[in-house]
Design a protein around this ligand. Structure first.
Ligand SMILES: NC(=O)c1ccc[n+]([C@@H]2O[C@H](COP(=O)([O-])OP(=O)(O)OC[C@H]3O[C@@H](n4cnc5c(N)ncnc54)[C@H](O)[C@@H]3O)[C@@H](O)[C@H]2O)c1
Length: 335
């Protein structure tokens, strides 16, 4: 049984408390939050946990094995460092820190101390995203030309980070996972309408070493909630719609083929090839539950997660390049 503590029980932290309380291999023994109101609220639902005001008090809790850091992004670096220093395994919310240098430092510290450091890139545990990855890896799409992601909604609006650090983190983690590494360059534009220096929307173009391109549109200032990704290959194309309860994945047996002209030998024209659209069965389950189980498995087996500090450093490096490109009016910035 893994004894878990959760630091930060605002909007998202209680979901960690619920999942780690319900899994058979873990139990939540303590929480910490600087807000008395939040501590009271969690104790009303989980009276058996100990609620501390500070993370340091929680880290010293007798018998604690691991912690979840679910506080605002700017606090992650110090809290993760302190937790690793206290000999605990750590699941940190995304993004791991505000710079890639900080992420790499945390990754090295975890490895040096023999601790698990996993980052909650929760979409890597989403069944639909796993299906996209499978379609890309098994060759059924052929050569993947490009990807496109839309993640927009009206709110929730954060006051600590902009839409790039809050929302694009997810799509960058997804494309880095599917394409097997980081892009080489990013060009991006973004706008701050509601708050100074915190962009409400951004358009990113990520160019990967293989020449594959991914476009990402994020916004918390949009009338409609959309969470979609399209991958276009030279043999097939696939779409994912996270909000489609029936079948989030649609595989289009469509492509563009070259046909010779009848009249002139050696010349070709491009024709659209229209085939079937299939909706494969995708097991719907809570991605956060799968992520929590993976953390417990890593702890039990003393194994590193694929979503470790090094992977998170790649994501944050892209976020940093994105902000530089926005400041440079969309100029390409190397990652
Ligand atoms: N994976 C996802 O889909 C997802 C969704 C939402 C949020 N998140 C991430 O979770 C984290 C928290 O987001 P949120 O929306 O819950 O934020 P929030 O502001 O609602 O909650 C943060 C809580 O942390 C507490 N806190 C702040 N500093 C603290 C400290 N030093 N010690 C103890 N408590 C402290 C605050 O009092 C607050 O209750 C962020 O990193 C965010 O990116 C991830």
């Amino acid at each position: 049984m893994v004894n878990i503590g959760v630091v930060g029980i605002g909007h998202w932290g209680p979901n960690h408390v619920r999942n780690f309380s319900q899994l058979s291999g873990s139990t939540v023994v303590a929480v910490a939050d600087t807000s008395e109101e939040r501590r009271k609220a969690i104790l009303a639902s989980y009276p058996e946990v100990t609620a501390y005001k500070t993370a340091d008090e929680l880290f010293a809790h007798d018998g604690l094995d691991a912690v979840v850091i679910a506080t605002p992004t700017a606090t992650h670096y110090e809290l993760v460092k302190a937790a690793l220093g206290a000999g605990l395994d750590v699941l940190a919310e995304k993004p791991l820190a505000v710079t890639a240098v900080q992420c790499r430092e945390l990754d090295e510290l975890a490895k040096k101390n023999g601790r698990v450091l996993m980052v909650g890139h929760v979409f890597l545990f989403n069944s639909g995203i796993l299906k996209l990855k499978e379609c890309s890896d098994d060759g059924s799409l052929g050569k993947v030309y490009y990807g496109h992601a839309t993640r927009v909604n009206l709110g929730p609006i954060r006051e600590d980070v902009g839409a790039v650090f809050d929302l694009a983190t997810h799509d960058i983690s997804i494309f880095n996972y599917i394409f097997g590494g980081c892009p080489t360059t990013v060009s991006a534009s973004g706008k701050c309408f509601l708050q100074k220096e915190l962009e409400d929307l951004a358009f990113l173009t990520l160019t990967y070493p293989s020449g594959q391109v991914a476009n990402v549109h994020v916004s918390w200032l949009d009338p409609k909630k959309i969470r979609t990704i399209t991958l276009v290959g030279d043999r097939k194309m696939v779409t994912w719609d996270d909000l489609d309860p029936v079948g989030p994945i649609h595989i289009y047996d469509k492509s563009v083929i070259q046909e010779p002209y009848y009249e002139s030998f050696g010349e070709f024209h491009l024709l659209a090839r229209e085939g079937d659209i299939t909706i494969p069965k995708v097991k719907m389950s809570e991605p956060l539950r799968a992520q929590s189980q993976h953390f417990i498995d890593c702890i039990s087996k003393r194994a590193e997660s694929f979503s470790d500090g090094a992977f998170a450093a790649g994501v944050v490096a892209v976020l940093e390049a994105t902000q530089k490109s926005i400041e440079a009016g969309g100029a390409p910035v190397e990652v």
